[in-house]
Design a protein around this ligand. Structure first.
Ligand SMILES: [Fe+2]
Length: 126
């Protein structure tokens, strides 16, 4: 068996290959947030995944959101996470966030059949 570092087990839209290519649209987290905010501004960060099946056998089980903060020696900072019950709960989260420094928002999700996927978006603080 080939042993991987955990980071290599996370699919992204650009790194997906082979069978995973056809899974990109339904699995890569979409991040809806302003591209630029003020340092004291509370803004809305919305993460969605899909369209994707939502059955007991195959569903998005959780979403985690973190910040790779500009200039911070150890990244990322965990901003929040949510777990979902198959069938009843849709894989979508909305958070109110205030950033002191800009950086890259990284959203991760776990699909019970297709593994870990991440998406990212830069937010500037000016
Ligand atoms: Fe899936």
């Amino acid at each position: 068996m080939t042993e991987h570092n955990f980071g290599n087990l996370i699919y992204t839209y650009d790194s997906a290959a082979g069978e995973a290519l056809g899974k990109r649209e339904g699995h890569t987290p979409k991040i809806d947030a302003p591209a630029k905010v003020k340092p004291d501004e509370v803004f809305e960060l919305k993460i969605t995944v899909g369209p994707h099946p939502n059955t007991v056998e195959h569903s998005i089980r959780w979403i985690m959101v973190s910040l790779e903060e500009e200039g911070r020696p150890f990244n990322p900072v965990l901003l929040g996470k949510a777990s979902f019950t198959p069938v009843t709960t849709q894989p979508e989260i909305v958070m109110k966030v205030k950033l002191l420094k800009g950086g890259i928002i990284h959203a991760f999700e776990y699909c019970s059949m297709h593994g870990f996927w991440s998406g990212k978006k830069e937010i500037k603080v000016q």
